[in-house]
Design a protein around this ligand. Sequence first.
Ligand SMILES: Cc1cc2nc3c(=O)[nH]c(=O)nc-3n(C[C@H](O)[C@H](O)[C@H](O)COP(=O)(O)OP(=O)(O)OC[C@H]3O[C@@H](n4cnc5c(N)ncnc54)[C@H](O)[C@@H]3O)c2cc1C
Length: 320
Amino acid sequence: MISIAGLGVSGSYLLRRFVGAGYDVRGFEPRRPDFYLPCGYAVNLRSMGNYMKNVGIEIDPFIESESHNVEIASTDTSYHFGSLGLGTVDKNRLIRNLLEGMPVEHAQLHSASGHITVDATGISRSLLGPAREDFTMIAKEYLCNNAEHSDFYFRYFPGGNGYYWEFPLRNRWHIGAGSPNLDIIEEELGKRDHILVTGRRIRLKPLFDGIRNGNVFGIGEAIGAVSPITGEGIMPSIKTAECLFEAVSRYSDLQSVEEAYSRCVRKEIGYFEDLFALLMDARSGNLRKIRNLRAGLIAGRDFREFGIDFRLTKVLSQFI
Ligand SMILES: Cc1cc2nc3c(=O)[nH]c(=O)nc-3n(C[C@H](O)[C@H](O)[C@H](O)COP(=O)(O)OP(=O)(O)OC[C@H]3O[C@@H](n4cnc5c(N)ncnc54)[C@H](O)[C@@H]3O)c2cc1C
């Protein structure tokens, strides 16, 4: 029996994946189904579409918008890039769809239960417990009827202090800001008309050395599957869920599951550790290190994974 605590995007995907393969599995989630998830809903629609096929879901009906001309700015410069699939999806509806007909208990899971327990509780790490070292930023977001930009827009704050975003939905916008400093966020977002406001802390530190505790395996944001420079967490979380599914499908002893899972996570998103080091160097005003030349190239890859045709890696130091 496998228990999954937390049915955000990674837990819902994994639950459906296990059910589809005939496993005895159960998901736990205390959130109300109509809770508006704090998230920009921006994903690479191409990779999302590929992963959703694994669980029998066609992505097209969930697409809210597709990018054409992505603007990435710093305080004094701005660059435009083509699209490699960046768009938004209706994440609330997608998760409801993923969970349709699934064995779900509307409750928190407080301790490990079953042969394998999955901690997919995101920022809380409810079952894995607090990480020895962690790094989070505050993220606040408005749902708005209009925005200043018509396509996807990112504006990075100086000194690795996060960024402001405008992501188009079908008829509305997600406008938000993430930063360690709430004053920066309030100043950047200002007072604007909005339909609702959401927010929470977001984990930006990869915690790939702590993916297992006893029979508890962490996936998604619980293990820091969030890009330290873009805050992209949807696809990275789904990738870790798929890695765990494949490891459990292949091995029955927990040690082998852990080794296979760890290898897969590192192959998919191990480069987040370099990006985290880059972010920390930016925050301490220490960007001119040799290792950051490599990290700059990796950052280009990261933007492209997100669906942005980012080519000017040399300008990256200005963004963070
Ligand atoms: C404001 C904001 C904007 C963002 N925008 C984007 C974006 O545009 N694109 C992108 O890719 N990423 C974005 N992210 C990051 C992304 O939303 C997350 O990294 C990703 O959704 C994490 O998924 P997850 O399944 O790991 O965790 P979550 O989606 O956080 O799900 C965790 C779930 O666990 C549940 N839970 C907690 N404790 C327990 C327990 N004990 N038992 C059972 N359930 C429990 C919670 O209720 C929650 O539903 C954003 C994040 C924030 C905060």
